[in-house]
Design a binder for this molecule. Structure first.
Ligand SMILES: C[S@@+](CC[C@H](N)C(=O)[O-])C[C@H]1O[C@@H](n2cnc3c(N)ncnc32)[C@H](O)[C@@H]1O
Length: 199
């Protein structure tokens, strides 16, 4: 039987212009925790659903996912992106220069606990703080109807010993959380899209 593949999910016609330059720098820096194209594309689509939105990214890295987030932003949308490695953050900052974006060099643990500004329409939590640690504090920063997005939920070759258990525990806890609804996607590196709802 002939199978027709009607949908190819590895064709990206809208890769951000700065992406290649950042990908090259990422390779040179041997940074191996970068988000992939699928995740970036999904982020762009979700961000575009929040005109004049407030977006938070925890774990900028070299800015690959950031470039997709920016591509989904309209003029009124603002992004805060937090990273504790100056070298990585600098690559993102220099390549993505954008007045709508605040690049913050900080420890995510401290930043989350000290933040007292407006809540966010979308949080991409891509560092330990905000995902495996300080989850309650972080999800409470998402507006009702807002998104909380995480990737790397499927086994990755660079995971340290014991990380699978951490992921399983995280998902079990997510399943008990009352003020969210979510979808697990066995796609890309394993994505979970969470929407915050009224309890
Ligand atoms: C999975 S990578 C992020 C990749 C990025 N989203 C991208 O598209 O390339 C996680 C990032 O979180 C940063 N990080 C780790 N611990 C942190 C902390 N305590 N505070 C802030 N950033 C942290 C790491 O330096 C790393 O760049």
């Amino acid at each position: 039987m002939k199978i027709y593949l009607t949908m190819k999910d590895n064709i990206f016609l809208d890769v951000p212009v700065q992406y290649e330059k950042i990908a090259q720098a990422t390779k040179e820096m041997k940074f191996n925790m970068a988000s992939d194209l699928h995740t970036g594309s999904l982020l762009k689509t979700l961000v575009a659903s929040k005109p004049s939105g407030r977006i938070l990214e925890l774990g900028t890295g070299t800015g690959l996912a950031t470039s997709w987030i920016i591509a989904g932003m309209d003029d009124g949308t603002r992004l805060i992106t937090v990273e504790n490695n100056e070298l990585l953050l600098d690559t993102a900052r220099q390549t993505l220069r954008d007045s709508r974006v605040e690049f913050i060099m900080a420890d995510g643990y401290e930043w989350i606990q000290n933040y007292s500004g407006e809540k966010f329409d979308l949080i991409f939590a891509d560092a330990m703080p905000g995902k495996y640690d300080l989850f309650q504090e972080t999800i409470s920063l998402v507006k009702e109807g807002g998104f909380y997005v995480i990737d790397d939920m499927l086994s990755q070759p660079n995971w340290p010993e014991g990380h699978s258990e951490k992921v399983k525990r995280f998902i079990t806890n997510l399943e008990k959380q009352k003020d969210i609804t979510f979808t697990k996607l066995k796609w890309s590196t394993g994505i979970i899209v969470v929407t915050r709802i009224k309890k």
